[in-house]
Write a protein that binds this ligand. Structure first.
Ligand code: AMP
Length: 256
């Protein structure tokens, strides 16, 4: 299957904050760069769908000024191109199933070889199978990155409620959660007033399929990383606001 990485993903991820006085978050990122010695980190955000990986990845990206790589976002962009691979991906994703390993492996490999990843990066939604984990582990070692896994632990009942409450603006892409980050009016986007939509794979029957795929194919990846000697940090992603969960991540990582 022929595929290329959508330019907007790389451009977006490569975008840097404009110059200004250092904020506390930027101070932290400078410290990390200096204290990291020479080994840049690949932060692997791990957890079931709806565990808050995307939200934490965005917060960490701001804190650390390193790219956020979401295979789900890359695949959704790929679907938009509407060719035969796009249609196959759409069918699998809308059914809550995983797309083939070689498709995502290639996307990630291309992305992490871009220059903006040289100081480290955040992976969100990858790896999701044993085969993906093996390929990633090899690439990270070849390229001199240290894998660090952050496992967001959540209760499945909460996950289902959380995903069922997700809404997205079809115009500007803003994500809302009716429980933790609601729009002023539950049906419309705060920014442009467009009617909010539910992602096709966020419907309840599909959520259950995605959770099953997680249990069957993805959770065992944690054992792979533990056996490979990578650092695996367990973080409670169940209780508290996104900022509180970020605080827990910073504390297990020793960043405060
Ligand atoms: P996400 O936005 O991470 O929840 O991903 C949405 C969907 O994209 C998943 O349900 C899968 O169908 C597909 N997907 C994302 N990442 C991967 C991956 N690493 N391996 C296989 N499929 C993936």
């Amino acid at each position: 299957m022929e595929m290329t990485l959508g330019s907007s993903a790389s451009e977006e991820s490569a975008r840097r904050a404009p110059h200004r006085a250092l904020t506390e978050a930027e101070d932290l990122s400078v410290d990390l760069m200096q204290n990291a010695g020479s080994t840049p980190k690949a932060l692997i955000l791990f957890g079931p769908p709806g565990s808050g990986k995307g939200t934490q990845a965005k917060l960490l990206k701001e804190t650390l000024s390193i790219p956020h790589i979401s295979t789900g976002d890359m695949l959704r962009e790929r679907i938009a191109s509407d060719d035969s691979l796009g249609l196959q991906l759409k069918e699998l994703m809308h059914a809550g199933r995983l797309v083939p390993d070689d498709v995502v492996n290639r996307l990630v490999e291309e992305r992490i070889s871009l220059p903006d990843c040289s100081g480290g990066f955040i992976l969100d939604g990858y790896p999701r199978t044993h085969q993906q984990a093996e390929v990633l582990d090899r690439r990270l070692h070849e390229r001199g990155f240290e894998p660090v896994v952050i496992h967001l632990k959540v209760d499945y009942t909460k996950v289902i409620a959380r995903i069922a409450g997700r809404r997205q603006c079809p115009v500007c892409g803003t994500l809302y959660s009716l429980t933790s980050n609601p729009p002023r009016n539950p049906e419309f986007c705060d920014l442009d007033g467009a009617a909010l939509v539910i992602r096709d794979d966020d419907r309840e029957s599909v959520i259950r399929e995605r959770l099953e795929a997680y249990e069957r194919q993805t959770r065992p990846v944690l054992d792979f990383f533990a056996a490979s000697g990578a650092a695996v940090h367990e973080v409670d992603g169940h209780e508290g606001s996104p900022q509180e969960i970020l605080h827990r991540i910073r504390s297990v990582m020793g960043w405060e």
